[in-house]
Design a protein around this ligand. Structure first.
Ligand code: SAH
Ligand code: AVI
Length: 344
């Protein structure tokens, strides 16, 4: 039987990310490679709401408001992943720093506020550059200002874009050894086929012999997982509803935010949290002249967040061409940080 996820994975296009050396002017601002514009949000939103099972891709959470809400999530008592991953990285910061020999470029995927990265940068004194990649221009700009102020000798070369699409990396790091960093368990937001394609593409970008340090959230008591995605203060609900608020702001849609509710569920079969927005009554919403009807209780799927066990993630990384080198965990085994090696 073809799994629904495998079928969907076929829609994912592996990227052929490359450096900006192919005849492009060398002084072109890399911010010219923009994240998807509003027209792309409109196209994906309209396509997703036209399907029998409505959905919106989770990368659209992260406009400026969404990135700020995510930062608030990382401070919530229920959202253990941010706190625990940071503690694991702090415990092993010297070992991570040792992976970056002098002249290495640190390339971070889905860097957001780069908060965890600061821990590492403080110990990586001989980096040639720090390259944060994120779809959120607002998050990148704030992070660049803060990191450049604290580490004034370090070239910070942000790339605004979707890491699962072709990206042009800064020409300045063309000849540098590369260390990859992909924290936050953002890999969990991808389906298995998508995750393998992304990890395989990262291996290609980082080059033979490179290492990738990647944070992966672990399976655990379902109540603890559900609380992390449905906090008492309603910040995760606000983060989820921001998708609709963003559609109202950017596309002139007329979602009534009072009439959609946040929901987080656990899917045992796929070992993942799913987030949804649930219509509270029969209603119609208009987006750019198109009308979408919702039944009472009808759901818009907004995010998968897969949880792994150590062996399951190592098998996935192996399918993407990586060798598992090292794994660190906290004492409660809530979260894992893997060092993957591109040498097999
Ligand atoms: N690494 C940070 C942020 C994690 S939140 C941390 O660990 O705290 C996920 C980040 O990935 C957000 O900043 C979001 O904007 C970014 N992101 C999500 N999907 C993306 C995509 N397809 N391409 C690039 N960045 C993406
Ligand atoms: C970025 N990503 C790994 C987060 C997660 O936990 O799946 C996004 C998030 N969604 C709800 N809370 C946080």
């Amino acid at each position: 039987m073809i799994d629904e996820d495998d079928r969907n994975a076929a829609r994912f296009e592996p990227s052929d990310t490359d450096f900006g050396t192919d005849g492009e002017p060398r002084d072109e601002p890399r911010e010219a490679i923009r994240a998807e514009p509003s027209s792309a949000f409109a196209a994906w939103l309209i396509a997703g709401l036209s399907m029998p099972a409505k959905s919106i891709p989770c990368r659209f959470f992260y406009d400026a408001a969404g990135s700020a809400l995510f930062e608030r999530i990382t401070e919530l008592p229920e959202y253990y992943p941010a706190r625990v991953e940071k503690a694991i990285l702090a415990d092993h910061a010297d070992e991570v720093a040792a992976l970056a020999r002098p002249g290495t470029a640190l390339i971070e995927f889905g860097s957001g506020s780069s908060t965890k990265t600061e821990l590492l940068l403080a110990r990586m004194t001989d980096l040639s550059a720090y390259v944060p990649i994120d779809i959120s221009g607002a998050a990148l700009r704030e992070a660049k200002a803060r990191i450049s102020e604290r580490f004034s000798d370090l070239p910070v070369l942000p790339v605004e874009g979707d890491f699962s699409r072709p990206l042009r990396l800064p020409y300045e790091i063309e000849n540098c050894a590369r260390l990859g960093f992909f924290p936050g368990s953002t890999i969990g937001n991808l389906r298995r086929g998508e995750a393998i394609a992304l990890l395989a593409n990262m291996r290609r970008i980082l080059g033979e012999g490179a290492r990738l340090v990647i944070g992966v959230d672990l399976q655990k008591d379902v109540r603890r997982l559900l609380a992390a995605y449905d906090d008492a203060d309603g910040i995760t609900a606000e983060f989820n509803l921001n998708l609709l608020a963003r559609a109202n702001r950017e596309l002139g849609a007329d979602f009534d935010l009072e009439q959609f509710a946040h929901a987080a569920t656990y899917d045992i079969r796929h070992g993942r949290i799913d987030m949804h927005l649930v219509s509270q009554r029969p209603q119609t919403v208009t987006i750019r002249g198109r009308r979408f009807s919702f039944l009472e209780g009808e759901r818009i799927h907004t995010e998968h967040s897969h949880k792994y066990d150590i062996e399951g993630f190592q098998a996935l990384a192996c399918d993407a061409g990586w060798r598992s080198d090292t794994v660190w965990m906290d004492a409660e085994r809530l979260f894992s940080v893997h060092v993957l090696a591109a040498d097999r």
